[in-house]
Design a binder for this molecule. Structure first.
Ligand SMILES: [Zn+2]
Length: 481
């Protein structure tokens, strides 16, 4: 049973979706006005992990992540760079989608705000009819937070009474914490026509509208970065529960911690950004994923070279173990009877998998799960490689592949086998060349070849039956050539 932290109740709760077997999940996506940075990747990859884990546990998952393709920041960027706001949104949306694909983040639907203006207008009309929203002379529409009694509970902010004393009333709003559902057009800005005049949607309304359009009036998991809890999610919750007249609209609120760079939150406004495209070309998408999982999703994650290097080492170790297993299975005779020692290792492998899922069931404890992965790699290297059992190699391989269904980092089997076969052919050729040189007593050249191959981890042994070669990392599987 998965247990997950719910920001609303501040407790780790048993996860039960509203419909058996189906999880409806919505995660707040990007505003495409600039390059995607590593902080975004952290949030999206963490949620992708949750989605994969739910699927692994047998749920169907419907996963929607919006794109805020009209916003103040997009308009400002367009004015600064003298291009249309649509071009700005289009350029960065493409970049975002390409990078998510590289990171193996899988999303079912990416609704954009500008494709849902009609739906948004209808939603606002209902809120006005029911007395939750009001139109002001400028043509803007605001949500009246005093009509929603539970306002402030998600973020744990102070009560409405205190707020009123604290903040000055802003020009056209009734209460300082009322928020715009519809913004009347300003000169030079894009607009759509509405019953209240030309304008565009406020930021928060899109998520209530698009999530309910595709997922219905109850969402199982609504997620986002922790910085979205207030005001964005507080406002989404208020307008949705007011609209549907029921609670809870969202069963579990899940929030991902921030990404920091030398202690500071990575954000555009602080100017301490590391572009995701740069991080991917430097470390590779798989290493970035592993690094993201090395810290629990609710805690801050720091962008540090050392921790990325650590993830990089883990990744190499993982791929190496995978290669070794694939090769062992290909070459060892099939036999299924396990001796005492083998039976013990087989049981250990089963335990490792249980421990892995137990860690993740506990509010997605990925650092613990990675420790379990390391344990698996040790068992593979110390036991599975040395015992003559293809059954054990199979068991280890399936365990590794099962883990990868959530980690999402292993290369495909065919890729590994193909590159291995190509490499094998190449080594055979080099060994043959060396034999011919030796035949002609050109020992200096043949010794040089042996030394160079050795540097690459390929060992040669000249025997009566000819030269044998083997990879140092596959100790027990010598190959003759
Ligand atoms: Zn949102």
């Amino acid at each position: 049973m998965l247990r997950i932290y719910n920001t609303l109740t501040r407790e780790i709760e048993e996860f039960k979706p509203s419909e058996e077997g189906l999880v409806k999940a919505y995660f707040c996506g990007p505003t495409p006005y600039d390059h995607v940075h590593v902080g975004h990747a952290r949030a999206f990859v963490s949620f992708d992990f949750l989605r994969r884990y739910l699927i692994l546990k047998g749920y169907n998952v419907l996963y929607v992540q919006n794109i805020t393709d009209i916003d103040d920041k997009i308009i400002r960027k367009a004015q600064e760079s003298n291009v249309s706001w649509r071009d700005v949104a289009e350029t960065y949306t493409r970049e975002y989608l390409e990078l998510m694909d590289k990171l193996r983040v899988e999303i079912d639907l990416h609704p954009k705000v500008t494709e849902h203006i009609e739906d948004i207008i209808r939603f606002i009309e209902v809120l006005i009819e029911r007395g939750h929203a009001y139109v002001v002379p400028s043509g803007s529409v605001y949500f009246d937070v005093t009509t929603y009694k539970d306002y402030g509970r998600l973020s744990g902010r102070i009560s409405l009474e205190e707020w009123r004393q604290e903040e000055e009333f802003l020009r056209e709003k009734r209460n300082p914490f009322d928020f715009a559902l519809w913004k009347a057009v300003k000169p030079g800005e894009p607009y759509w026509n509405s019953p209240w005049g030309p304008g565009r949607p406020g930021w928060h309304i899109e998520c209530s509208v698009m999530s309910s359009k595709y997922l219905g009036d109850t969402i199982d998991i609504h997620g986002g970065g922790q910085d979205l809890i207030f005001p964005h999610h507080e406002n989404e919750r208020a307008q949705s529960e007011a609209y549907f007249g029921k609670s809870p609209w969202v069963r579990y609120w899940v929030h991902v911690g921030s990404l920091t760079l030398v202690g500071e939150k990575m954000s555009k406004s602080l100017g301490n950004i590391i572009r995701l495209s740069e991080a991917i070309s430097r470390w590779g998408p798989e290493v970035l994923r592993l690094w993201i999982f090395s810290v629990h999703y609710r805690r801050p994650l720091e962008y540090r070279e050392e921790s990325l290097e650590q993830a990089s080492l883990t990744y190499k170790r993982l791929v190496n173990a995978y290669e070794v297993l694939l090769k062992l299975i290909k070459e060892r005779p099939l036999e299924h009877r396990l001796g005492d020692r083998e039976l013990e290792v087989w049981k250990t492998l089963a335990e490792v998998w249980q421990e892995f899922t137990r860690s993740l069931d506990n509010d997605l404890n990925t650092p613990k799960a990675l420790a379990v992965l390391h344990r698996l790699l040790s068992v593979i290297n110390a036991e599975v490689v040395n015992l003559e059992s293809s059954s054990l190699a199979f068991k280890a391989l399936t365990t590794l592949e099962l883990m990868d269904r959530v980690l999402g980092i292993l290369p495909r089997r065919e890729e590994i086998l193909r590159s291995y076969e190509e490499l094998e052919e190449l080594i055979k050729l080099i060994v043959e060349i060396r034999s011919r040189l030796r035949h002609k007593k050109m020992y200096e050249e043949s010794d040089w070849i042996r030394a160079e191959l050795s540097k690459l981890g390929i060992r040669l042994a000249d025997t009566k039956e000819g030269t044998k070669w083997y990879f140092e990392r596959y100790l027990r599987s010598a190959k003759s050539s």
